[in-house]
Unconditional design. Sequence first.
Length: 357
Amino acid sequence: MLNIADIDKNFAVNTPTLSEFTFFNAEAAPIRMYGLMREDGMLVRMPRSAARAVSEKIDALNLHTAGGRIRFKTDSKRIAVAAKMRSIGKMPHFALTGSAGFDLYLEEEGGADYVGTCQPRFDIQDSLTAVISVGDVGMRSYTLNMPLYSGVYEVFIGIDPEAQLLPPESYRNSRPMVFYGSSITQGGCASKPGDSYQAIISRALNLDYINLGFSGNARAEKSMADYISSLDMSIFVYDYDHNAPSPEYLKETHERMFLTIREKHPDLPIIMMSRPRYNITPDTAARLAIIKETYERAIARGDKNVYLITGRELMAICKNDGSVDGTHPTSFGFYSMAQPLIHRISEIIAARPDVLA
């Protein structure tokens, strides 16, 4: 019986020949890796000791490379990627290109253009190889976004033998934005890594970030709040509404997390978000009221660096057509989420240029 790859060659995933490329370790100069650190032979999003202090599940999810980016300049006409992988995320409602793939963007003035995706084979086990043709565009800057729900041991970037490889341009902010939240924050269920809402914001505003989204396990534990408060960050965005087991739990922890971070960072811009949902159910309304209370109490204390974006605002563009299962956004849903954040962050930067210092 014929499968779709036999019928339509555009659905085939080919294993490329890599011997004609010159390869460079993605963690070594002149290439720069963002959003990740190396520990115990793995790329992780936070120190493993800090992750273990929260829970065993956070330690496991920490091995997913959500928010990891590889940046470089080259005049190569083709760019090859060779990655050694682990813990491949395969789910019925999540494109494998998003959970386990890489995607490449060409940096442009005021944004970036999508170039191509490193597509995993459906039977992927522990490695991914791909070649993306970019054409004869000269010396250009690129960003390669890493898998959202899989682990990566190491990545190598390949270029044509006659091509040059140079350091990337710097982000505008010297200190990254930090995003904390649920599976949605981690990136489920974007069609490709560059469609997560943080990646969209990063491209639009040329800002660095760290993704601390932990699928099903973002519960604002004190040890997690303590770790985040230790970070040198430019903006903090938090949304763990979906992972709070009940409105009562959210009430117990939401302001506590805010105050823990505010104590260490008195002038840090902090953006609170409620769960991204257009239709407001009684449970959603109760949770939003709790988040609003944290926000309003901060304003009453004279806090001028706290902001609120509601879930309805986040989904205003896509409304009820922005999720794959009623909860997790599609790429369209993530685009909708990114727009009010881009607007608000732009306003913050305009009022507080020191945020970029």
